[in-house]
Design a protein around this ligand. Sequence first.
Ligand code: XMP
Ligand code: MG
Length: 183
Amino acid sequence: MKSEMHNDILKILVTEEEIQARISEMGAELYEKFQGKNPLFLGVLKGSFVFMSDLVRACQVKSDVEFIAVSSYENAMASSGRVKITHDIQQDITGRHLIVVEDILDSGNTLAFLKEYFKTKGAASITIVTLLDKPSRRTKAITPDLAGFTVPDEFVVGYGLDYCQQYRNVPYIGVLKPEVYSH
Ligand code: XMP
Ligand code: MG
């Protein structure tokens, strides 16, 4: 496929094939845990939208999907530490089994905040699923219940993850060339 972005990528950390194979395993694992429970897949926008769409199709349980949008980074590469809900959930989650779907668990600020928020809204259970885990930068005591891949302390893009809102449609996980940041 032609790509305007591939040339900006320094190295590929996780290929398309590796992502799909891992998501099949994750879907199967979630199936065993949630069959008969009618879970709600709750994606954290924007980053999770690509992962969410593959994950829900890899897990054929009766379920529905919901999204919440938060912002903490404000187009920078380091978390401000503050989490703001920019688009709230549109349904009552009282008594629901939540599968919270994230692109990456980094400092843990976002998910620590959201976990508390969903608890106060009366969720029956909260399962945290993230495609990528970057444990080296964790500042909050939070661990994913299921993670696709552990990544080193490098800023990654692709498969939903952005740099200044760009590169979300790159089909693999990669690291940008340093000169891309200097423009
Ligand atoms: P925290 O620090 O709250 O981060 O766990 C969660 C959110 O921060 C974004 N994030 C990244 N985005 N490349 C990105 O494109 C990265 O390496 C990265 N690290 C954190 C992401 O939006 C995630 O939901
Ligand atoms: Mg995100």
